[in-house]
Design a protein around this ligand. Sequence first.
Ligand SMILES: [Zn+2]
Ligand SMILES: [Zn+2]
Length: 96
Amino acid sequence: MADTTHVCASCGQKFLVISQEEEFLKKMNLPMPTLCPSDRQLRRLRGRGERKLFRTTCQQCGAAMVTTYDPATVSAKILCQTCYRQYYDTTDILQK
Ligand SMILES: [Zn+2]
Ligand SMILES: [Zn+2]
């Protein structure tokens, strides 16, 4: 199965749904995503009651993303979810 391109219902940007994700959604009987990853994250954060949201880009891979941190004031690295997860997967901060 090939990856499919979808158009975001919110910002109109094209985004990719990889075949594994599509198969997973079909298997779980879930609808195909209608929003790009950053809009999905935005909606999730809004649902949690986060009010201050900033559109920025991941400092690691350059992907568009949404963060609750003001990029102008935060000194920590702002990473997208993928890079964030990768970072914690490869950095054993908890010594588990
Ligand atoms: Zn979008
Ligand atoms: Zn990234």
